[in-house]
Structure formats: structure tokens, C-alpha cells
Write a protein that binds this ligand. Sequence first.
Ligand code: GAP
Length: 439
Amino acid sequence: MEKIVSLAKRRGFVFPGSEIYGGLANSWDYGPLGVELKNNIKNLWWSRFVHRRDDMVGLDAALIMNSKVWETSGHLSNFSDPLVECKNCHERFRADQIDLGAGCPHCGKRGTFADAKQFNLMLKTFLGPAEAKANEVYFRPETAQAMFVDFKNVLDTSRKQLPFGIAQSGKAFRNEITPGNFIFRTREFDLMEFEYFIPVPVNDVDWEGYFEMWKKEMWAWITEDLGVNKEHVHENDIEKTELAHYSKKTVDFEYDYPFGRKELYGLAYRTDYDLKRHYKEPPYRDPRSGESFWPHVIEPAFGLDRSVLVALLDAYTEEGDRIFLKLPPKIAPYKAAVFPLLANKPALVEAARKIYDDLRKNFVVAWDDRGNIGKRYFSQDEIGTPFCITVDFDTLGEGEGEAGEKNKNTVTVRNRDTGKQERVAIEKLESFLHHEIYR
Ligand code: GAP
């Protein structure tokens, strides 16, 4: 974990938030490479689950909603964690995350904890100039509620029929008692989730079929798009007593983090709990039977920051003294890096610059002309750039012998994972990269 946190800072993936002012309670800022990685994951998620499906539509709702939403959804009364305070050092902990009998993890004293209290995780603020009770509002703790509140608007405008889903990604806020482990648990984070609306199940088999379908889709996302080894991810069927207030069944996808096996994503069967609470009248009318009812909901929820963390952890590879991020090319911040073999030969620089400028029209590409080629490879490996393109004397037609002649107008392309190099014609570079990255 320390290696990842250090690499993230050193190479511009993730920095401690507000660092020059001493930081702020586990907040983190995504740097130039981090924002590319994060955006690639977010866009890929949207592409897989929204654009490539005809049973899904998107939504981008306001982050602050009418407080009645949270009253009705049950969050104001139920969205809480058990809190204990040490009477000796006054440090606060989540009661379910520590061994209360073993003494205070901060000061070590035993028998200093009073009974746990429920602590609501909703982050409160005021809307408008007066800090009055009537102006109290909450930052959303999940993106889900807008998809229920806007259900009828989406239905009326998109003319979708069941089953169909509404997807949304964006910020969520939770006043976590103990944030920590880098970007694993923070108070401000990005969620990507969708609500998949299904007809009222006649029996358990009806909703279980959809539940299993989404479980498979989540596995496909984790292994194919995020590039995570499936051996590192495990399903955890959440005990009935541990279920969130809205869930009849939840399966968590857990990852083997360096700090233990913990949640990555969640898949929940929310029944008709939310729509029944928000709509007095049934919001859906079946066009065939004419029957009106409250659809049921299956909800896959994906933390974006945890996706970034897991992609980094799973991609981190050490082979001898070589360190590289084996990120799937689709999510790598840079798709390629372009180098002139020598920085002090204007003809090499000019040819490389032309390739760099052309590729940048369609790909995010890095430029490097510092140090020797070995150092440049090392530097790109560490940030997961899948292809390094070198312009040399052969490219210019100044190479020696038959090979030199043959290699005119070609470049070397070096593969991050295999270290192998091949010559590719400049005019084919774009289609080569496209094929290698998006196949
Ligand atoms: N709408 C359902 C929902 O919000 P959740 O299990 O509470 O479910 C969904 O959260 C996902 O959000 C989690 O699986 C995790 O990936 C991410 N997540 C939750 N709390 C987080 C936090 N404090 N920091 C970062 N990610 C978090």
C-alpha cells in the first residue's frame, strides 16, 4: 500500500488534499494522471452499462435534493453507523470495526467505552443566506435517490418499458466516523450506480434471475474492463441482520486489499421499497395488461475511487528492478509515449513531434526527450503507458544497410508488458494503436 501511495504522489495520480495547509481529514486530490485514469474508468463504465445497452438511460441530477427526499427514503433515521467514544482520550471509533474488549486503539486503556450510539452519516449544510432550520439540506450520501425521484420523468420522456435501468455517476458524501486507507474510505467520493427496474416478482425466482444477471455483468466489468484478477475478488452474501434498511438481499464484491479483504462493490435487491415511499400512486402502467404497479429494483453500486485503487493495486508489478503498472490499455492514462532517439538531433525531434501531434488528435499521448531511452521506458512503465514509440535514424531513412532502407518511415513500438519491440509504419500507427487498445 505504501508503494502505491508513494507512486501515486510522485507521479501525479493522487495527492493529499489541501496539503500545504496540513491536509484535511483524509481528503485526496486527483493529479494530472489520476484524473485521466479516473475519467477513463468512468467513461468505460458509462459505455458498457449505458451506451452499449438499449435497456439503460442516464441521469445527472442535482447533488443537493429537497430534504423530504432523505426523510422519505429513510436515510435521516436509518443511515448511520454505531459510534463509540473512549472516555479517557475522547477518540471516536466505529464500534463494528474495533474489538471493544481489547481496549482503546488510540490510548490503549481498557474499559473506557460507553455503549455505542447511532451516528447519522448525512453531511448537513444550509441553502441560502440564513442558517435556519428551514434551510437545512444534505449532501447526497448515494446517487440512487434521484433515480427514484425522477423515475416518472425519465419514464415519460424515454418511453422505456420494464425491465430497464437508470444510471448515474457523481459525488456522494458521508460523514464517515473513521475514513482511511488512502482513497478506500473518504468522506467525499464518486459513485457510479444504476437502478434496474423490474416487474413485480411473482416469486423469488423472478427477481433472482435479474440479480444473477447483474452479478455476472459486474464480474465481467471487474475482470474485462478494470483488468482485475478474479482470484483477488470474492462474493460475500451479506447476513440478514447486516443488510441496509432498504435491502432484502445484498452481495458485496470484496477485494483482497493490502489491509485486508474489504468491500469493493455492492449488489442489492431494493424491492419496491424506494418507489413505494416516494410515489403514493403506482408510477408504472404496463402497456400490455394496462395494470399499474410499483416496479421492483436491483441495484449494482460501484465506488469510482475504489475502482481506481483496485485498478492500481492489481496492475502494480515488480519484475527484477522493473516496476510497471499493467493497466488495461483502455484505462491507462497515456495510450502511448513518443520519443526522438536523441534530443539534440533536430531532424529526429521534428519527425517525432509530427507523429506526436498527429496521434494526439485521437489519443492521449505523452512526449519525452529527456535522458536515455532506457530511463524513458522506466518512467512510462511506472505510469502504465502501454506503448512507447521511438523515432530513430531508420525512420528518417538514414539507417545503415538493407534494414535501414527497409525501415524508412517506420518507428519502433515497444510493448510495456512483454518488453518486445516491433517496427510499425508511421502511416499504420494510428490503426495499430486503435487495434491494440480497443480490441
Ligand atoms: N446506493 C447504494 C449504496 O450507496 P453502498 O454500499 O453504501 O451502497 C456503494 O456504497 C459503493 O460506494 C461501495 O460499494 C463502495 O465502492 C463505495 N463507497 C461507499 N462508501 C465509501 C467511502 N466512504 N469512500 C469511498 N467509497 C465508498
